[in-house]
Ligand binder design. Structure first.
Ligand code: ZN
Length: 153
């Protein structure tokens, strides 16, 4: 089963500001639009890095590739947002902003949201899996929900 089969939905309002891609991150966003969770990997030494950048911090190589990840991971840390920083968020608070460590990503972490759970039930170390929020035809954002498939807890 590929990550794309794990699910998709909407959790946040359209009024949320969209992320801006640049030359270094466009490959990551293109994969996300296809519901593929990837990490940038140095073609020279194999070190992973996130967010994407032009130079390997380990060996200084400019060559890199996108390594597809299984879409599972664990909550590294999180916080619960209880204040609507945008008026449009009034209907979705409280929500969870989390740092998730995806499996297979070489220890890199990404800032995301944990959804489909009471925020009070989120725990550090909790197994999670990616779900995709389609914002538009060319933009999808990875959120994570408590893991429901394989791999145990
Ligand atoms: Zn390298």
């Amino acid at each position: 089963m590929s990550a794309a089969d794990l699910g998709a939905g909407r959790w946040f309002p359209d009024e949320m500001p969209s992320p801006a891609a640049n030359a270094e991150t466009v490959g990551w966003w293109e994969a996300a639009a296809q519901h593929r969770l990837v990490v940038q990997r140095c073609s020279q030494c194999g070190a992973t890095r996130h967010p994407p950048g032009p130079v390997c911090p380990v060996c200084r190589s400019l060559a890199s590739e996108w390594a597809e990840l299984p879409g599972t991971g664990r909550v590294y840390t999180y916080t619960i947002v209880r204040q609507a920083f945008l008026p449009a968020l009034a209907d979705v608070i409280p929500y969870v902003v989390a740092v998730v460590e995806p499996d297979g990503a070489g220890g890199t972490r990404m800032v995301t949201n944990v959804v489909d759970i009471d925020p009070e039930e989120v725990e550090i170390g909790m197994p999670v899996e990616v779900v995709w929020e389609d914002i538009g035809p060319e933009l999808a954002l990875p959120r994570f929900r408590p893991r429901t498939t394989g791999a145990g807890t």
